[in-house]
Design a protein around this ligand. Structure first.
Ligand code: GTP
Length: 598
């Protein structure tokens, strides 16, 4: 396939507007899969993705398409993850495209994420094809949506394609528009190889499969390639195209999208955004836009049963093969024994890791209260960077403390302005500026402490804007701050795993919140339990769980033995997810519940 016959594109949409359904239809329409196999097997394959309805790992597929002009085309559909934790991966996927389909639901119209996605596409100078989906719905209002596309998106509504991914209407028109409106890739196969890595995943049989877009040059099996940032050289075993399965091909040349296999052992040996070149004839410079993604949220993982430490170590090692963003080191806690300190891209990433370790690797885990990384200037002139409250320096030794700040960009409908600003100010936002990207919408740029946003800011934003708010951020710097360590005592015993580093003026609020949450999470026991929050030995909050009186099985007396057994089994299961801390059973959920919004 020659460059004029290649199209590289992505589909972007607000949640639930039909991105996956449209992708599946395009695949089906290009004859790659029959009606019977349709659905189930295609893009968005991970269980967790399906349940949460968001794409976590991107998938790519090359669709063969014979257009009206009689020519054969290769349409490379590059899927993008849908969450702010993974925004760098999205940016690399878009950097590999020349155009996007911007899907808008015909009954819902333009939404916050539609706009945020549009801006991303514009930043990369991509051709944008508006697609009005779900025209089969009785509530579809095509004229209203066309007007929004004109007014709010500033795109030509006459170019919008009317489609129903569900009913298979307009699919051919979408494919023809991709061919006609998205420019073919530019590039030169005669120049030294430069190819952009936009994804990588681990295959147990073949090692790492690297997804990339070739900008210049040619890549063949047998070549020695260099990953320019990582500065590692590999011998390429196989290159090929993503079809329903991987399809080896003799070469991949400028303009194309595909994969390579080169005996790479873990995805941590690759970096999304890195440039692949030939070792013998390297490109003069790497492709622009490389950024190393760094973890911003840290938490410790402990096995519920201490005996399972080895098993957790093995699970993490295997899991890590497929997740370059996760970092971990050994950790130990007086309350919880041996475990691992882990770094994540954000709270969703943390959730995904926890869920997959539990489901796919059968681990029963306790995670400690997440934290960001703080920096300290100590009285002896040394500096410390600390993400684990356990290592909080002795307060008398702290000269200055610093916390990470972000610059957030929020796009919201004007009517939510008050509520969103209130939220931002509660979270210690400063230096806000406003712009009006389109009538009725406001873009707020504001600087916030990272610690105030990583936990539940996104959820709160969605709540106060009824789902219309979109949010993106970048780390900017560390700023001086007044920090303290908040300890939690359960029956006078300090539970190190529940300690947190907090902004001083918020310590009391946090203390009260944590004590109240723990009161809900920790079940009653035979004796009274006191929960206290303390800063430097001074108690600042407390709550009490009163003792319970009745034996739970007492009411099943007389006869119904199966019910009694069921009840006991349920209790036993419950216990598996609890951790004895001193003489108190603390359920697994308590350790992170303290940070979640209601
Ligand atoms: P996220 O992955 O959450 O961003 O969602 P998505 O944009 O991938 O949406 P998805 O394809 O999962 O579709 C969301 C819902 O809309 C599903 O229940 C689909 O069956 C439905 N849907 C998609 N396209 C159409 C359509 O053309 N007509 C109708 N009536 N429903 C559709």
């Amino acid at each position: 396939i020659h460059m004029p016959n290649i199209r590289n594109f992505s589909i972007i949409a607000h949640i639930d507007h039909g991105k996956s359904t449209l992708a599946d239809r395009l695949i089906q329409h290009t004859g790659m899969v029959g009606e019977r196999e349709f659905r189930d097997q295609l893009l968005d394959t991970m269980d967790i993705e399906r349940e949460r309805g968001i794409t976590i790992k991107s998938n790519t597929i090359t669709l063969p398409y014979k257009a009206k002009d009689g020519e054969q085309y290769a349409l490379n559909l590059i899927d993008t993850p849908g969450h702010v934790d993974f925004s760098y991966e999205v940016s690399r996927a878009l950097a590999s495209c020349e155009g996007v389909l911007l899907v808008v639901d015909a009954s819902q119209g333009v939404q916050a994420q539609t706009l945020a996605n549009l801006y991303l596409a514009m930043e990369h100078d991509l051709a944008i094809i508006p697609v009005i989906n779900k025209i089969d719905l009785p509530s579809a209002d095509v004229n209203m949506v066309k007007e929004q596309i004109d007014q709010e998106l500033g795109l030509d509504p006459e170019l919008a394609i009317l489609c129903s991914a569900k009913e298979g209407i307009g699919i051919e028109a979408v494919l023809d528009a991709i061919v006609a409106q998205i420019p073919p890739p530019q590039g030169d196969r005669g120049r030294p190889l430069s190819a952009l890595i936009f994804d990588a995943y681990y295959d147990p049989y073949r090692g790492v499969i690297v997804s990339f877009r070739v900008f210049d040059g040619v890549l063949k099996a047998g070549d020695l390639v260099r990953f320019m940032f990582h500065n590692a050289v590999y011998k390429v075993e196989e290159v090929g195209l993503f079809r329903l399965q991987r399809q080896p091909s003799p070469e991949l040349a400028a303009g194309m999208v595909g994969y390579l296999i080169a005996g790479i052992k873990t995805v941590a040996d690759t970096r999304v955004g890195d440039t692949i070149t030939l070792d013998a004839n390297p490109a003069a410079a790497p492709l622009p836009g490389f950024k190393e993604v760094k973890p911003v949220v840290f938490s410790s993982l402990y096995p519920v049963a201490s005996d399972d430490y080895q098993s957790l170590a093995e699970a993490l090692e295997k899991y890590k093969l497929n997740d370059a963003a996760l970092v971990y080191t050994k950790d130990s806690s007086a309350a919880l024994g041996q475990g691992f300190r882990c770094g994540f891209l954000g709270l969703l990433h943390l959730d995904i890791v926890q869920e997959r370790l539990e489901r796919e690797y059968n681990q029963s885990l306790i995670m400690t209260t997440p934290s960001v990384r703080y920096k300290f200037q100590l009285t002896d002139g040394s500096e410390a960077a600390i993400d684990n409250p356990q290592f909080y320096p002795d307060p008398v030794r702290i000269q200055k403390a610093f916390e990470p700040f972000i610059r957030a960009a929020l796009i919201i409908p004007e009517r939510y302005m008050g509520a969103v600003m209130k939220l931002c100010l509660e979270r210690r936002g400063v230096n806000s500026t406003f712009s009006y990207p389109s009538p009725g919408r406001i873009e707020i740029t504001i600087e916030l402490p990272l610690a105030e946003v990583v936990f539940d800011f996104y959820d709160r934003l969605k709540t106060v804007t009824q789902g219309y708010g979109s949010f993106d951020y970048e780390l900017i710097d560390y700023r001086e701050s007044d920090l303290v360590k908040l300890d939690i005592l359960v029956n006078s015993e300090k539970v190190d795993a529940l300690s947190t580093i907090v902004f001083k003026d918020k310590a009391r609020e946090w203390g009260v919140r944590i004590c109240d949450r723990l009161k809900e999470e920790i079940p009653r026991q035979q004796f009274k339990i006191a929960i206290q929050g303390a800063v430097g030995g001074k108690i600042i909050s407390r709550s009490t769980i009163s003792a319970f009186r009745k034996d739970v099985t007492a009411k099943c007396y007389g006869g119904d033995i199966t019910r009694k057994r069921k009840l006991l089994e349920k209790q036993k299961k419950g216990k598996k997810r609890m951790k004895m801390v001193g003489n108190i059973m603390i359920p697994q959920s308590a350790f992170v519940a303290v940070l979640r919004s209601e």
